[in-house]
Design a protein around this ligand. Structure first.
Ligand SMILES: Cc1cc2nc3c(=O)[nH]c(=O)nc-3n(C[C@H](O)[C@H](O)[C@H](O)COP(=O)(O)OP(=O)(O)OC[C@H]3O[C@@H](n4cnc5c(N)ncnc54)[C@H](O)[C@@H]3O)c2cc1C
Length: 296
């Protein structure tokens, strides 16, 4: 664990420093998340709500996390906002047992099927859980079509995983990948990750079902928009996805240009892991956070 990771995960930081995470996290309550979705919807953007949490090792905590996602689904329905949900299987108990994560995911997917947008996205985590995550998502998908996966362009294995997802007609969100992985598992060079992303995105646009192109990388966004146009893929056959608080002007510009845009809206009090990954992507933010922590 790095010094920064240790600082962020300390209870003192979490108690006092939500103001720092606020740019990336919509709030600590469901109400604040729904308010954020309302604002996004007013700008022509849809959302996916993520109740933050991961790496749960306790059965009761995993069940509480699933209950919270069920409440989110109810709240979306009740508020009549345009949003679906994303979940992390390690928050639903994947590290305790695959069966627990599968049963809880199945319940969530079943519950969401009553909503206007019934879709549930299973986020992808570190490489150690990719096989288990895909297995669980595939087994729930066998009974419910409204569940999709995330594939990471930095992993050497992803081309194979993409072929399999396309073959079973499961929806895919394509991302670069947010976890630190060794060279035998993941491409390390950013230019090469970008090249792989474009190749995978092309395959998804051509053969996939309603692909989600999740990136803030303007070169990739432009490349995908161009490819879609050249392949004759209409703007309503795929969506761009960006994270809450990152490049909001790009989110609105894409929507104004007729693209479907979904914003990933994380919320809840377990924001340290998510916040750390956002900082790790932008080294400029790190010094500011450490300075703020020690000067208060
Ligand atoms: C909707 C969505 C869902 C995701 N789901 C997953 C998932 O399930 N699993 C997973 O491993 N990863 C996920 N990610 C994260 C992804 O893997 C990347 O880590 C993240 O998107 C950064 O890569 P990038 O493609 O945006 O390009 P980058 O090259 O990192 O960023 C391009 C530009 O965007 C801006 N930017 C990017 N990040 C930040 C930041 N933190 N703060 C400020 N500006 C920033 C900067 O201007 C930067 O130059 C998701 C990303 C998105 C957008």
């Amino acid at each position: 664990m790095t010094l920064l990771e240790r600082a962020i995960s300390s209870p003192r930081f979490q108690e006092r420093c939500f103001f720092l995470a606020k740019r990336f996290v919509a709030g600590e309550s469901i109400e604040s998340a729904i308010d954020a979705v309302r604002r996004l919807n007013a700008d022509g953007l849809t959302a996916t709500l993520d109740f933050l949490g991961e790496d749960v090792a306790d059965d009761a905590e995993a069940r509480a996390s699933a209950q919270q996602t069920l409440r989110v689904i109810e709240a979306v329905n009740h508020a009549n906002v345009d949003a679906n949900v994303s979940v992390k299987l390690t928050a639903l108990g994947l590290s305790i047992s695959e069966a627990l994560a599968r049963d809880q995911l199945a319940e969530i997917v079943q519950h969401a099927s009553r909503n206007h947008d019934p879709f549930v996205r299973v986020d992808m985590e570190g490489s150690g859980v990719v096989d288990a995550t895909l297995r669980v998502a595939e087994s729930v998908y066998a009974g419910h079509e409204n569940v999709g996966v995330v594939l990471q362009a930095y992993l050497h294995r992803t081309e194979r995983d993409l072929d399999a997802a396309i073959a079973r007609k499961q929806r895919v969100r394509l991302v670069k990948g947010a976890y630190k992985e060794p060279p035998d598992v993941a491409i390390q060079d950013m230019a090469e990750i970008r090249r792989n992303y474009v190749q995978l995105a092309q395959q998804l646009l051509r053969d996939g079902i309603y692909p989600a192109i999740a990136t803030h990388d303007l070169a990739l966004i432009d490349a995908v928009a161009r490819m879609a146009h050249e392949l004759g893929v209409e703007k309503d056959r795929f969506e761009f996805q960006l994270l809450y608080g990152i490049r909001p002007e790009t989110q609105r510009r894409l929507a104004a240009n007729g693209y479907r845009v979904r914003v990933y809206v994380p919320f809840g009090s377990h924001w340290s892991g998510y916040f750390y990954r956002r900082l790790a992507e932008r080294k400029e933010n790190v010094f500011f956070v450490l300075q703020s922590l020690f000067s208060r």
